[in-house]
Write a protein that binds this ligand. Structure first.
Ligand code: 6PG
Length: 222
C-alpha cells in the first residue's frame, strides 16, 4: 500500500479527485469505478465531477448500500446522486445502484449480475473509506470471507447507522485493479496507524486486507 500524507483536508480532496480523474483518462477503454458511501468521499466526488473527464466512458457502481430508500438521507445512493450524478446527469456510461425497493435477496441477485458483467471481472478503481472499526464498504469485523465466489452479500451492523447492508465482497476488493483509500480527520489517526503497521488481522479489522492489495493508495490528512 502506498501512503500519501496531505497537509489538510482541502489537499486530500483535490489530490484524490485528480487521482480518480487520472484513472478515467488513462483507461484505454471504458472505466469501471466503485464508489463507497460515508462522509469522507462526498467532497471528493463533488470535485471529481468538475474534472476534465468524459462521463460517457465512465461506469459508476456503488460498493455498498444501507438498506433504505434512495431518497433517505442515510442512503449512499442519495449521497452519490447529490454529489456526483447530478453533474453530467444522463451522460454517464452507466450507473449501478442496489435496488432497495426490492427484497434484500432480490436486490442482491440483481446487483450480483451487474457486477459480474464488468469486463475482465474487475473494477478499474474502487474508492473506499474506512470506519473506526476497520470496516470497508459494508464489510464489518467478522464479515470478511476471502474465498467466497459471491460478488455481493448481505451484512448487518448494530454499531453504525442502518442495520441491513448490501456490499461487495472481499474478493471483489482484492481483484480491483486499483484501490483509493480516503482517511480524513484526527479521528482516523488510529486507523492510519493500524494500516501502516505490520499487524494483519482481517477478521477483526477488515481494512487489513488492503495491505496486500496489488495497487492500493491511501490518502490521509488530519
Ligand atoms: C458506508 C460506507 C463505509 C464508509 C466508512 C467510512 O456506507 O458507511 O461505504 O464503508 O466508507 O464507514 O465512512 P466515513 O468516511 O463517513 O468515515
Amino acid at each position: 500500500m502506498q501512503f500519501k500524507i496531505c497537509n489538510d483536508s482541502e489537499e486530500l480532496i483535490a489530490e484524490s479527485a485528480a487521482f480518480i480523474a487520472d484513472v478515467c483518462r488513462s483507461a484505454e477503454n471504458d472505466c469501471y469505478i466503485g464508489l463507497a458511501g460515508g462522509k469522507t468521499p462526498k467532497p471528493v466526488y463533488q470535485l471529481f465531477g468538475q474534472e476534465d473527464i468524459d462521463p460517457t466512458r465512465i461506469h459508476l457502481f456503488l460498493t455498498d448500500e444501507r438498506y433504505v430508500p434512495h431518497d433517505n438521507a442515510e442512503s449512499n445512493y442519495h449521497m452519490i446522486e447529490t454529489s456526483l450524478l447530478k453533474q453530467h446527469e444522463g451522460q454517464w456510461g452507466s450507473v449501478h445502484a442496489f435496488d432497495t425497493e426490492r427484497s434484500i435477496d432480490d436486490a442482491l441477485s440483481q446487483y450480483e449480475v451487474e457486477v459480474q458483467a464488468i469486463p475482465e471481472g474487475s473494477f478499474d478503481l474502487l474508492v473506499l473509506g474506512v470506519g473506526p472499526d476497520g470496516h470497508i464498504a459494508s464489510l464489518f469485523p467478522g464479515f470478511v470471507v476471502l474465498d467466497t465466489p459471491a460478488h455481493i452479500v448481505h451484512t448487518t451492523t448494530d454499531v453504525h447507522s442502518v442495520h441491513d447492508r448490501l456490499t461487495i465482497t472481499a474478493p471483489v476488493i482484492m481483484n480491483a485493479k486499483k484501490v483509493l483509500v480516503l482517511l480524513s480527520g484526527q479521528e482516523k489517526k488510529a486507523v492510519f496507524d493500524e494500516l501502516s503497521s505490520q499487524t494483519r488481522n482481517v477478521s477483526e479489522f477488515p481494512a487489513h486486507i488492503l495491505q496486500t492489495h496489488r495497487d492500493a493508495t491511501l490518502y490521509y490528512s488530519t
